[in-house]
Design a protein around this ligand. Sequence first.
Ligand SMILES: [Zn+2]
Length: 69
Amino acid sequence: MTAIPADSSTPVVLPVSKAVLWLAGTTVLALILYYFIGIDQGATSVFGNDMHVHEFVHDARHFLGFPCH
Ligand SMILES: [Zn+2]
């Protein structure tokens, strides 16, 4: 009978192509979130002069220390 060490583990194998997709997707989503929370306001707003996105994330914007008003 062979004893199996208690700390034996199987490494997680993640192909590079799949890792690149996950990293790129996460980066794009993070940048979109960063833009809408921290930058989207006034002249830089994606939706023109509409303030709905800005007002929706307004508290998060202040909480995270982004300049606002
Ligand atoms: Zn504000």
